[in-house]
Design a protein around this ligand. Structure first.
Ligand code: ATP
Ligand code: MG
Length: 200
């Protein structure tokens, strides 16, 4: 007998944040997970593309350190829900985006050091495992505070490539060059928009 899954009830009380396309909710039963639903249910192509790449990475058992992993989909009262790891700080708070820190943080020397070394580690992980991403944005990275003075970056959105079968998934030399371009563009974007040198 097949049990019919009743949709998960999502309410405003569970809302973490909204992006331009998706709203991100705390999973009602699992504090370590979040569920993303589309603001426009017909605008889900980006997520489908991203999920396809996650499945490809899972099959190849690629190390996903630095990425909020995808855990599957589940119907909700607000439409199809896509379940991901929810990134939390050491004190249990939901981690905030890099954009938030660059806009609202007084950038003292220890904080600058924490952000720049988190960035170096993040960049190395993608380069070491040839992981593809779309254009990198400071609001699509969260900074997980692991202590008062130390943290890590996690990509929470825009993994994979826009192409159906991107060459960068199969050729490490192409992946390396594409990633290099993405990171350089991101570094100059952060310099222009936030007057911050993340690569120093
Ligand atoms: N895994 C996560 N852990 C912690 N916070 C998250 C996570 N995923 C999303 N968020 C929060 O929810 C916001 C919206 O999520 P997301 O970036 O997936 O939406 P989107 O609409 O696809 O974004 P965009 O505007 O970049 O297209 C993020 O900017 C972030 O603040
Ligand atoms: Mg986003």
């Amino acid at each position: 007998m097949k049990l019919i899954e009743s949709p998960l009830a999502l309410s405003d009380a569970l809302l973490i944040a909204k992006g331009r396309h998706r709203a991100c909710y705390q999973h009602p039963d699992h504090p370590e997970l979040c569920i993303k639903v589309h603001l426009d249910p017909y605008d889900d192509l980006e997520t489908i593309r991203e999920v396809r790449y996650f499945k490809w990475l899972h099959r190849r058992k690629v190390n996903l350190k630095g990425i909020a992993d995808y855990r599957g989909k589940y119907p909700t009262t607000l439409g199809m829900g896509y379940v991901y790891e929810l990134v939390r700080d050491y004190d249990g708070q939901v981690s905030k985006t890099l954009d938030h820190y660059l806009k609202n943080f007084e950038l003292t020397e220890p904080r600058i050091n924490a952000l720049t070394s988190a960035y170096q580690e993040f960049k190395q992980t993608f380069q070491r495992h040839y992981i593809s991403m779309m254009n990198l944005k400071a609001y699509n990275i969260v900074y997980k505070r692991e202590s008062e003075s130390y943290g890590r970056f996690y990509l929470i959105d825009n993994l994979g490539s826009a192409n159906l079968l991107p060459l960068s998934y199969f050729f490490t030399s192409i992946a390396t060059r594409t990633l290099q371009r993405k990171f350089m563009r991101f570094e100059s974007l952060v310099r222009e928009r936030y007057h911050f040198s993340i690569n120093s």
